[in-house]
Ligand binder design. Sequence first.
Ligand code: KG4
Ligand code: ZN
Length: 339
Amino acid sequence: MNEPVKILAIESSCDDTSVAIVDGDYRVLVNLVSTQPEHNLYGGVVPELASRLHIKNVMTLTQSALLKSGNTLQDISAIAVSVNPGLIGSLLVGLSFAKSLAYALQKPLITVNHMLGHVFAAKLENPLLKPPYLALVVSGGHTELVFFKTESDFAIIGKTKDDAAGEAFDKAAKLLHLGYPGGPVIDKLSQEGNPDFIEFPRGLKQKADYDFSFSGLKTSIMTYISKQSPQFIEDHKADIAASVQMAIIDVLVRKTVSYARSKHIEHIIVVGGVSANRTLRKLMTISADKYHIGTSYPRLEYCMDNAAMIAAAAIGKWERKEFSDLDVNAFSTKGLRYL
Ligand code: KG4
Ligand code: ZN
């Protein structure tokens, strides 16, 4: 009998170092994430600092992942790593480490697009999930609506023209002095607020336009804040947060469901950091339900950057023997792509 497939994956595209081992049935044997609170001091990610911290973390995290899952390097079938998009220095740390492992062990190297990894996070929740489906990929750096015909054949339907949805949450939180990252804080605060308190603008409202724009919202929040007293803002923090959240979510839900309906797509998946948002999940499910469209979301721990999703995206590549040479490079290019 063949040994079961076990993919060891490394994710280091931004400020989280993560190492996971996932088997061929999409079972997560271990998924470790080491965050970098060092950036909090600067109000955002410092790329050079992120690279150095990845160097410090990646080896010990890999050793812990093996130990915790009761595996040795010899049990691993292939090494997967995210190679784009992301901070180039950070990506190169993960890639160099993955290459060394693959070379030393004489095991295949599988390179994965980080955004595609986010899409496969939904498969960790439901291994039977298969295209066709429409994926709304919403993270700190990206907002993309993507139609998947198969797991390796997909088309970008729309993307953001300026800020990403997560970025819109983060910038709004900064303007309201709520801290970073803004998404989780706004999500929590909004539970006690009135989403109809202020009608912030919805970007690119036209019906057949599936691109997104959130920069107008940011300007509108700035203008609104400048016209109110600090005490008013403080007293209505939850209402303002809920109104901002609704302006972002309303467009995401409307465009996604509208496209799915127009093309008779029967399933929607929402992935990426912003897919952790409770109101987004609720409103997307209610709206899709009305048209008998199914919805899937990753488990909360796999919404944010993690290596388990990179391993999940590598399983199909393993099955199709789509391996990379050791001279493969990382690149910071934006967006979802297959290679
Ligand atoms: O996917 P991710 O972990 O990293 C990138 O690839 O960018 O996404 C991070 C983003 C941040 O902008 C964060 O504010 C947002 O996801 N986020 C949320 C929530 N949790 C994280 N946005 C809205 N609601 C949340 N609960
Ligand atoms: Zn991400």
